[in-house]
Design a protein. Structure first.
Length: 212
């Protein structure tokens, strides 16, 4: 009789152990399953983000810009390439001086359209006067874009199309191209007389431009 009781006790003990093992395995499997679900959700989130970024990129690549329209930075598009995929936009900011008369800036001699970006960097590196035209353009931020710069002299012809056409007349603005230690480029849309003028001529408006 005692033998039977011992056997029953042994069977019950083994059953309890088996149940505990199964329960432990179930908890472990559930934890693994939750990890898998989390990984899948994270992956779906990444895929959604990638799809959104891809859609934004495709929209940007297929965007066609037209002269005179508002650009993504909130400026006016004044130049585009043949396909309208790339170009420049501008905004007119406050008046300022070019700065550092008598100091020849190392660099700041680019003339081609688009070289104003490097000219602006050169001016800020070589002239620490506060509130100068290059600093105002460089510090400008609009519509989430902060890559604005003072345009080089080569932007004159493209800007003439708009400014002399009446969209924003009566402007005299500084450019980023330096002629020498005492002169820098000015865009003159009042008399269509752009050229180099003394840096201390006075306060002219700041044109800030950016690439599209």
């Amino acid at each position: 009789m005692n033998i039977n009781r011992n056997r029953i006790f042994l069977l019950i003990s083994l059953s309890i152990i088996a149940i505990a093992v199964v329960a432990g395995r179930a908890a472990e499997m559930n934890a693994k399953f939750q990890e898998l679900v989390t990984a899948v959700n994270d992956n779906e989130g990444r895929i959604s983000l990638m799809e959104a970024e891809q859609a934004e990129l495709v929209a940007h690549l297929h965007k066609i810009y037209a002269i005179g329209e508002t650009g993504p930075g909130g400026g006016i598009v004044f130049y585009t390439d043949f396909y309208g995929r790339h170009g420049f936009e501008y905004v007119v900011l406050q008046e300022a001086q070019w700065g550092c008369i008598g100091t020849e800036i190392s660099g700041a001699d680019g003339t081609a359209l688009g070289t104003g970006a490097q000219n602006t960097v050169d001016i800020l590196a070589g002239c620490n006067e506060p509130g100068i035209a290059a600093a105002i353009a460089n510090n400008h931020s609009q519509n989430g874009y902060s890559d604005w710069f003072l345009p080089a002299s080569g932007a004159d012809t493209a800007l003439d199309v708009l400014l002399l056409g009446g969209l924003n007349p009566q402007l005299q603005c500084w450019g980023s191209t330096e002629g020498n230690a005492n002169e820098a480029w000015t865009f003159d849309f009042v008399e269509d007389d752009s050229g180099f003028r003394p840096k201390d001529t006075g306060f002219f408006c700041v044109l800030a431009v950016r690439s599209l």
